[in-house]
Design a protein around this ligand. Structure first.
Ligand code: GTP
Ligand code: MG
Length: 451
C-alpha cells in the first residue's frame, strides 16, 4: 500500500482560496471523519466544516470534491479541498491531515502516480510541467497538444512502422528458402529511410523549441539621439528608459520582455553608436555592437531630420549583413534633411514618428511580419519534442542507420532485427514504457510541489 500524500496545489500567501490535494487510500476515511462525508458521491462538490481530529474544533468551512479510485488524476482515491487562502488555515489543515496518517507529497509526486497507474504517459506528464511554465502563447499551444497525447501518438506511429518492418524481416528468417530478393530489399530500404527522415525531423524540431522558450532578442541600435529610447518606451507602453535631447544619453543597455503576436520578445535599447567621447560611452557602444550577434531582429534607427552620420556605415553596416534588419527612419514629423537620400538602402524599412501611436502599431506589424518569416512554422501544425526526447531520438536514429548498413551488407537479417529492437527500446523510453527509477525521480523532481 502506498502512502496517502497531501500538498497545497496553489501558491502560499494570502488569497481568496487555497487548494489542497490528497491522494491515496486514506481519502474515504478522511472524508468520513474530517468532513462528515461517509458516502460522498464522486465528482460532486460539498460545502463542509473541516473538523480537527484532536480538538474537534472547526478549522475552516471548505468546499470538497471526492474522486473515486480509477477515476482520478492519480488513479487513486483523491480529495480536493478548497479552503480560504490563509497560510495559517492551510497549515492547520495540513498538520491535522498528517496526524491522520498522510505525508507531504514530493515535487511531482501526483503526476508520477498518474504515470505509474497508466493514466498518462511520460510525454504527457512532461507537458503538464510545460503547460504550467509556458511563457508564450506558442509554448502553451505545444504543451496543450502534447497533453492531449498527440506527441505520444507520433512516437507510437514510429514504433508501429518499425514493428511492421520487423514482421517482414522475421518472415524471411522463418522461411530462409525464400531469401529476400533485391526488390524486397529495396522496399525495406525505402521504409527504413522514411522512418529515419521522420526521426530526424523530430530531432530538428527541438531547436525550434529553444527559440520558443527563450525570448527572441529585438535590438534597437542606431545613431545617438535618433530616438531609440523613445521607441523603446513607446513599444513597451511605459516610461522605462531615459529620453533626452543630448546625444549619448543611454549607456548601459536596458531590456524588457513583451509579447508580439505569438512571440516572446526581449526588447533591448542600447547606447547610440558613434566614436565614443568617453571610456564609459565606449564600453556602452561596444556592448551594443556585441548584442547585434545575438539579435533575432535589429531595429536600425536613424533620425531622418538630420544628415546621415557617415561613421555609422563603418561602425555598423558591415555587421548588419545577413541579419534581419528593419531600418527605422524616425522623426517623420520634422522636415527631412535634404541629405536623407544618403541613408542606407535596407529593403525592410519604415518611416515613422516615435511619438505617434498609429506609427508604433505599424512598426509592431512589421516586426511581427518579419518574426513570422524567420520562424515560419505554426507550432499548432507541428509537434515539438523536448531535449530529453531529442537525446533518445538520436540514439534511436543511430540504430536505424546501423540497421540500414546491415541490410545492405551480407550480414544476416537477425542483425538488422537486433538494431531495430534497440531503436524501439529508445522510443519506449520516451513514452515511458521502459523506464528506470532514477530517470523518473529526476524527471518528476523538477516538477513543483502539488503537481
Ligand atoms: N520630433 C521628434 N522628436 C523625437 C522623436 N523621437 C524622439 N525624439 C526626441 O529626440 C531626442 C532623443 O531621443 P532619445 O529617445 O533619447 O534618443 P536615443 O536614440 O535613445 O539617444 P541616445 O540614448 O543618446 O543614443 C529626445 O528629445 C526625443 O524627445 C520623433 O519621432 N519626433
Ligand atoms: Mg537612448
Amino acid at each position: 500500500m502506498t502512502d496517502t500524500i497531501i500538498a497545497q496545489s496553489t501558491p502560499s500567501g494570502q488569497s481568496a482560496l487555497a487548494l489542497l490535494r490528497i491522494s491515496g487510500t486514506l481519502c474515504p476515511k478522511i472524508a468520513a471523519e474530517a468532513l462528515a462525508l461517509p458516502y460522498p458521491t464522486p465528482r460532486t462538490s460539498y460545502l463542509r466544516d473541516y473538523l480537527d481530529g484532536e480538538s474537534h474544533e472547526m478549522l475552516d468551512q471548505v468546499l470538497v470534491v471526492f474522486f473515486a479510485e480509477g477515476n482520478s488524476f492519480t488513479g487513486e482515491p483523491t480529495l480536493e479541498i478548497s479552503c480560504h487562502g490563509n497560510d495559517l488555515i492551510v497549515s492547520k489543515i495540513i498538520q491535522d491531515l498528517i496526524r491522520r496518517g498522510c505525508r507531504i507529497a514530493f515535487p511531482g509526486e501526483f503526476s508520477k502516480r498518474a504515470f505509474l497507474s497508466g493514466r498518462i504517459d511520460l510525454t504527457q506528464a512532461e507537458s503538464i510541467a510545460e503547460l504550467i511554465s509556458a511563457k508564450s502563447e506558442a509554448e502553451l499551444k505545444i504543451a496543450r497538444f502534447n497533453l492531449k497525447g498527440m506527441l505520444s501518438r507520433r512516437f507510437a506511429d514510429l514504433q508501429d512502422a518499425i514493428l511492421d518492418l520487423q514482421a517482414k524481416l522475421e518472415a524471411s528468417i522463418d522461411f530462409p528458402e525464400d531469401d529476400i530478393d533485391e526488390e524486397k530489399k529495396d522496399s525495406l530500404h525505402l521504409l527504413l529511410n522514411s522512418i529515419l527522415t521522420e526521426i530526424n525531423r523530430m530531432i530538428s524540431s527541438s531547436t525550434k523549441k529553444t527559440t520558443l522558450s527563450n525570448a527572441l532578442k529585438v535590438v534597437l541600435i542606431g545613431s545617438p539621439n535618433a530616438g531609440k529610447s523613445t521607441l523603446f518606451n513607446g513599444m513597451l507602453g511605459q516610461h522605462r528608459a531615459i529620453v533626452s535631447d543630448s546625444p549619448g544619453t543611454t549607456r548601459d543597455y536596458i531590456s524588457k520582455e513583451l509579447t508580439i503576436g505569438e512571440f516572446r520578445v526581449e526588447l533591448i535599447d542600447c547606447a547610440g553608436i558613434r566614436k565614443a567621447e568617453t571610456d564609459t560611452e565606449r564600453l556602452g557602444v561596444d556592448m551594443a555592437l556585441e548584442l547585434l550577434d545575438e539579435a533575432s531582429i535589429i531595429l536600425f534607427v536613424i533620425d531622418r531630420s538630420v544628415p546621415y552620420p557617415k561613421e555609422l556605415n563603418e561602425m555598423v553596416i558591415d555587421r548588419l549583413r545577413d541579419k534581419n534588419v528593419i531600418l527605422i527612419e524616425n522623426k517623420a514629423d520634422l522636415p527631412p534633411d535634404p541629405s536623407s537620400r544618403d541613408n542606407p538602402d535596407i529593403e525592410d524599412n519604415i518611416t515613422l514618428c516615435a511619438h505617434d501611436q498609429s506609427d508604433l502599431s505599424r512598426l509592431f506589424d512589421q516586426v511581427l511580419n518579419l518574426l513570422s518569416k524567420i520562424y515560419p512554422d505554426d507550432p499548432s501544425k507541428d509537434l515539438i519534442v523536448n531535449e530529453r526526447h531529442s537525446a533518445l531520438l538520436k540514439y534511436a536514429a543511430d540504430h536505424i542507420v546501423e540497421a540500414l548498413q546491415r541490410l545492405s551488407s551480407s550480414d544476416g537479417n537477425e542483425f538488422v532485427l537486433q538494431e531495430l529492437n534497440l531503436s524501439r527500446e529508445y522510443l519506449d523510453e520516451i513514452i515511458g514504457i521502459k523506464t528506470n527509477e532514477d530517470v523518473l525521480d529526476k524527471l518528476f523532481g523538477q516538477f513543483c510541489i502539488g503537481k
